[in-house]
Design a protein around this ligand. Structure first.
Ligand SMILES: Nc1ncnc2c1ncn2[C@@H]1O[C@H](COP(=O)(O)OP(=O)(O)OP(=O)(O)O)[C@@H](O)[C@H]1O
Length: 235
């Protein structure tokens, strides 16, 4: 589904820079991968690369193959074809943020349906069923402000999946939650991702939550170069 070889991204700042190096990373269809690393090790930078939100500075291979298709992401970046990258992301990826990101002026149900409407898919699709399955079915007609933080995060998980993408990217989805609620969100993420057969890439700094997700662990490790601090991503 995802194949990266020799991919790098550099952040430049007035007080220095940061280099993220991905020598080799592959994610199979339906696979669960947990990206672990301390703060500042490049986890968000990696997710931005994988979601085609940030361009690599260097890439030997960067391919994305959802649902029987095969796309050369390196070539699309080289051509500057952001429209194609955006289309691929919208059709095949779901993104779960640290704090919900639900639109405050839409009901929970309308938030869930939005991704499908934007893609021209029929509604409601499986959104209601998924919401029932994770215990937020009775909250569908509320506004996001009327939900607890934990409920909002579970709705955010369902929203990311409502268009049945092939790949879910989750960036510290439990950062705003205490341990019990965090575990519940991870369980929801694992269950619904498994139910639709999507691959999951979960980013966290929390070893315990990483263990709970029971995925293949990929680590962001510090690069020992005083000139260009950075990290290398390795299994
Ligand atoms: N736009 C940017 N410009 C310059 N440097 C940046 C930029 N974005 C991130 N960095 C630097 O790149 C490094 C990696 O940041 P990144 O956000 O990817 O780490 P992270 O592991 O996700 O951290 P956290 O767990 O704290 O969110 C950090 O040193 C950060 O200061």
């Amino acid at each position: 589904m995802l194949l990266l070889n020799g991919v790098e991204r550099t952040h430049r700042a007035s007080d220095g820079g940061f280099l993220l190096s991905v020598p080799e990373l592959s994610v199979a269809a339906g696979e669960r991968v947990v990206v672990l690393g301390p703060s500042g090790s490049g986890k968000s930078t990696l997710l931005d690369l994988l979601a085609f939100l940030a361009a690599p500075d260097r890439a030997e291979t960067f391919r994305f193959s959802p649902a029987g298709e095969d796309h050369d992401i390196k070539a699309l970046w080289r051509k500057g074809d952001r429209a194609a990258l955006t289309r691929l992301r919208a059709a095949h990826m779901g993104y779960v943020l640290q704090t919900g990101g639900l639109l405050p002026y839409l009901t929970v149900r309308e938030n869930l349906l939005l991704a499908r409407r934007l893609l021209g898919l029929e509604v409601p699709g499986p959104a209601d069923r998924l919401a029932e399955a994770v215990g937020v079915g009775e909250l569908l007609h509320r506004m996001p402000a009327q939900l607890s933080i934990g409920q909002r995060q579970r709705v955010a998980v369902i929203r990311a999946l409502a268009h049945i993408p092939r790949l879910i990217l989750a960036d510290e989805p439990t950062a705003a939650l205490d341990t019990g609620l965090g575990e519940r969100v991870i369980d929801t993420l694992v269950a619904v991702t498994g139910a639709i057969g999507a691959a999951l890439i979960l980013v966290t700094h929390d070893e315990e939550l990483a263990g709970r997700a029971q995925g293949r662990i990929v680590r962001c490790r510090a690069l020992r170069d005083a000139e260009t601090p950075g990290s290398v991503v390795a299994a």
